[in-house]
Write a protein that binds this ligand. Structure first.
Ligand code: SF4
Length: 269
């Protein structure tokens, strides 16, 4: 086992008897929707899936895009790319913006009283139009041939992400447009050589969101956390079938006897 993975956590687990609000992130909601069993292993039993490597290039693009849009926030002007795409907004200036952007400081939060769950999301940006309506914005980066969009089945998590942020902003008392935006940076891989630089086409994709599903999902997610029963596995993941079959093999197949130390020494010699 690597030093980066702890298969048995003891902190931040859901305790059905606790009266304290329990934190649920946007990513937790996504995990619950993909597989309630994995969600339960993580949040109730303390066994998350092993971590993947961090997407440091994507994070670098996010960081630089934030800096770039912040320049226009200070100037109270639209970014030229917003003007190019006919978007009549400017980046929204708010004293809490840096908290909303920072998952370590909780992002933007809302305490859902019926479940006592604190729903959290860390946004990339938010813009405001002439009618004082906010537009949720997320920055994404990729390297794909042709135009990018967010319509593929696998991009449902992008669309839900925007809708969850819209819901949290609305619950915090802001007027929020259904129209959100993805600022999508697509790396150009057609160049003949790397030459120590990546060039990106940056487009802005509008998305009309609906947050009508969120309340119901929060209630179901809460029921899942309260339940003493392990939920069934999600439909689109094959790993539990793999683990079950492995466990069966481990029961049925005799294990190799541990080599005696004298055998090991003779092999080494
Ligand atoms: S089916 Fe996949 S996602 Fe669900 S619990 Fe099993 S391993 Fe996790």
């Amino acid at each position: 086992m690597s030093k980066y993975y702890n298969p048995q956590r003891t902190r931040n687990l859901f305790d059905p008897s606790s009266k304290k609000p329990y934190k649920i992130s946007r990513a937790d909601i996504e995990l619950f929707l993909k597989c309630p069993r994995c969600f339960y292993f993580h949040k109730r039993l303390g066994t998350p899936t092993p971590p993947t490597y961090p997407y440091t290039l994507n994070s670098a693009v996010d960081k630089l895009l934030k800096r770039e849009y912040d320049i226009f926030r200070r100037l109270r002007l639209p970014h030229p790319n917003m003007t190019y795409h006919g978007i009549k907004c400017i980046p929204f200036a708010h004293k809490d913006l840096e908290i909303w952007r920072d998952p370590l400081r909780g992002g933007i939060r809302y305490l859902h009283a019926p479940t006592n769950l604190e729903i959290r999301g860390a946004i990339d940006d938010v813009w405001i139009d002439a009618n004082d309506e906010l537009h949720v914005v997320d920055f994404k980066s990729t390297a794909r041939k042709g135009d990018v969009n967010i319509e593929a089945d696998w991009q449902i998590s992008f669309r839900r992400q925007l809708e969850i942020y819209q819901w949290i902003f609305r619950r915090n008392g802001f007027r929020v447009s259904d129209k959100a935006y993805i600022v999508y940076a697509n790396a150009d891989t057609s160049r003949t050589a790397f030459e120590s630089k990546l060039e990106f086409d940056v487009c802005i994709i509008p998305y009309k969101g609906s947050d009508s599903w969120i309340e119901d999902v929060i209630v179901r997610l809460h029921e899942c956390l309260l339940s003493p029963d392990l939920p069934p596995p999600g439909r689109d993941c094959d790993y539990c079938a793999y683990f079950d079959r492995r466990t069966l093999h481990e029961k049925n197949v005799r294990r190799s006897p541990v080599a005696k130390s004298s055998d090991r020494n003779s092999t080494l010699n």
